[in-house]
Each structure stands twice: as C-alpha cells, then as structure tokens.
Design a protein around this ligand. Structure first.
Ligand code: SF4
Ligand code: SF4
Ligand code: FES
Length: 363
C-alpha cells in the first residue's frame, strides 16, 4: 500500500488548514479563502519563478513550527515562504502586517500617475483595489515623479511604463509562453524599466497574454484602448475551435449589444488567467459569428464589473398594475429605438484611437 503523505498543519489568522509540504503560506491561505488571503501583485500561480518582488503579501510568522516554535524575526513574503508543520501565521489579525502593507502600497504608488479616470485598467485594476483596501489617504512623497513616453510594442500592444509596478509577470509570460523573449527589465533601482531594446516588436502568437497578466494598466490592448469602460461592457463566456494547439480557445468576450470590444482569457477569483489564449483569438476574432456563445460570465473578484450582477433582487410592487385593475402597463416609447443621439456611425471597436464626436450621429 502506498504510504500516505504527511500533511502539515498550519494556522493562519487562527484558522487551521492542512496542506502538503512545500506549499507556500499564500497558497495555504488561498485554500482557506476569504479575507485572510494576502493580496499578491507579482505572484502568479501559472508562471514559474513569479513572486517575491512586490512585498504586498507580507505576513507575520508568530510560530515557526512545532519543532522550532520561535517566531520569524521579520515579516516574510507569503508567496515565497513555505509552511512548516505547526506554523502559526498572522495576516489581517496583525496590526504590524497591516501597517507594513500600507507602507508597501505607498512605495508602489510613489511614481504612479493619477490616471484612473482615463486608464483602460480602471475597474479591474489590482492596484486600485489594493490602494483602496490597504493604502493610506495621502503620500509623503514630495519629489518629481518619473515619467516615460508611451511605447508601441508591436502593433497591438502599448506599454505605458509610468504605470508599471515592475512585477515581472509580463517578462515571465513572454519567457515561458512564447518561443522568443525580447523584453525584460532594463536598468536597476530608480532607472529600472520594462524595455525591448531598440523597441523590437514582440510579435509572436501568444504575446497578447502579457496584457492579461499585467496587474495594472501598463500593458494595454491597442485594439481596445479608449473604446469603452469595462463596467459598461457585458462579459460573456465564449469559445471557438482554435487551430493553435497551445490555445484553449475559451475566452471572455466583452460586448455591448452585438459589438465585441475586446477578447480576454478567462480569469479566476484571484485575477489569474485560467488558460492561455492566442493572439488570433484575442485580436482578430471580433465578430459575434466567430464565436460560440456560452452565456454571461460572473466576475468573482470584487470589482465594479460585478456590481452590475444583481442577485436576489426583489422588485418593488408596481402600483400602476393596481391602478390599471390588474392589467400590465404598456411601454409608450422606447427611447433607445427612437433616438439617434449616441448612435455611432462606425463600429467603435474598429476605429483608431479614442472616439470623437464626429463618430456619432448628430441631429
Ligand atoms: S493602473 Fe490602475 S491605479 Fe494606475 S492609473 Fe490605471 S487604473 Fe489607476
Ligand atoms: S508591464 Fe505590467 S506585467 Fe510587466 S512588469 Fe510592469 S506591471 Fe508587471
Ligand atoms: S506577491 Fe508576494 S512578493 Fe509580490
């Protein structure tokens, strides 16, 4: 009989869980789920070697293990620290951790622009969520922030380095998913930046995945830039038979009416891509007829997008029905069918750059 694997017992914020040896504290916390899961801006379970860069996942190890119960002297990155049997960890129950996380967020925002109102990532941005949940009200930084010009990386992706938090996820994605990696982090310290050297385009059929893994709006889809806000779009699960064997063909279409504004991979509740998709599915299949629609997608991660999903809603009683003696009132006018205002002349997802008033019918 095969010998049963011994599991390690760990306590995180006083909740016990049993995990296999070699599991990180972060993944043990994910096994428990809920509020005690530390935020992670650079760790990505699908990318080997990720983690250990951003420090947002810091936790306090108050008991090392049953064999050596001494606490760890400093806060540790939970995405890189593996559990020991009998370990006790504090995350949201430790004021020290919460205070340190506030400091980490302040660091991440040192050079970050106040671009949210115009940033394509707004509404699904992990840095927005992190700042809201763990950040301080103001910054103590008084110096000039570093800025960069926007760079086109190939014809479908734009890099806005000013928003980058140097998490390295895009570098690992290019390294592990495509045949040739041409970009990386150049320079060190304040001079560090994502670069391609002589701005070579990253042209291979899986590079679009860097857009999905980027936790902020530093890498954006040029076919979608400024076309719409994500919370105005309806996420829909769809699939197609893709001929690239590495592509799963399962995507989320972001639609308004019949128009597909963008195509992304499907993400789990931690904002991580479930399965990778190729650039043909992402950039070139923007017609509803290209896809087999499965149905609306529930966005699990707390997000302004999921605010549109009303569940368990009780409709108030319509007093008009009583007044009309039980008869249903008829709609007299459907303004959307009558008005020409706000009807674009062109498919908005097809125009270059932001929409202009000329793109809309005017009376
Ligand atoms: S990356 Fe996120 S926090 Fe930064 S400007 Fe865009 S939406 Fe705002
Ligand atoms: S561009 Fe995005 S994914 Fe790449 S290092 Fe910067 S923040 Fe991370
Ligand atoms: S998620 Fe652990 S250091 Fe970034």
């Amino acid at each position: 009989m095969a010998e049963e694997k011994k599991l390690f017992k760990v306590k995180i914020d006083n909740i016990s869980v049993e995990v296999e040896p070699g599991t990180t504290i972060l993944n043990a916390a994910r096994k428990i789920g809920g509020d005690i899961v530390p935020p992670a801006m650079c760790y990505y379970s699908k990318l080997q070697g990720s983690g250990g860069k951003c420090r947002t996942c810091l936790v306090k190890v108050s008991k090392g293990s049953d064999a050596d119960p001494r606490p760890m002297p400093k806060l540790v990155a939970s995405c890189r620290t593996t559990v020991m049997d009998g370990m006790e960890v504090a995350n949201i129950t430790s004021p020290e951790v919460l205070d340190a996380r506030k400091g980490v967020v302040e660091f991440l925002l040192l050079n970050h622009p106040l671009d949210c109102p115009v940033c394509d990532q707004a509404g699904e941005c992990h840095l927005q969520d992190l700042s809201y949940e763990h950040g301080a009200d103001s910054t103590r930084y008084e110096f000039k922030r570093r800025t960069f010009d926007r760079v086109d990386i190939g014809d479908k992706i734009q890099l806005h380095m000013t928003r980058c938090i140097l998490c390295y996820r895009c570098v690992f994605t290019a390294d592990q998913l495509t045949e040739k990696r041409e970009h990386g982090v150049l320079g060190r310290g304040e001079a560090a930046e994502i670069g391609t050297y002589i701005q070579q385009s990253l042209d291979n059929n899986f590079i679009g995945n860097v857009i999905d893994v980027c936790p902020v709006g530093a890498l954006t889809d040029k076919t979608f830039r400024f076309k719409n806000r994500v919370w105005f779009l309806k996420p829909v699960d769809a699939h197609r038979e893709c001929h690239d064997p590495k592509c799963c063909g399962k995507t989320v279409l972001w639609m308004r009416g019949d128009e597909i504004f963008r195509v992304t991979a499907r993400k789990d509740k931690y904002g991580e891509v479930e399965e990778w998709i190729c650039d043909t599915c992402r950039f070139d299949k923007k017609e509803a007829k290209d896809w087999i629609i499965e149905g609306p997608r529930q966005i699990e991660r707390q997000s302004v997008i999921s605010q549109g999903h009303y569940v368990g809603v009780h409709k108030p009683k319509d007093p008009l029905v009583d007044v009309l003696d039980g008869r249903q009132p008829k709609l007299l006018l459907d303004i959307h069918n009558i008005s020409e205002v706000n009807k674009p002349n062109v498919d908005l997802s097809k125009i270059q750059g932001p929409a202009h008033s000329d793109d809309f019918n005017k009376k």
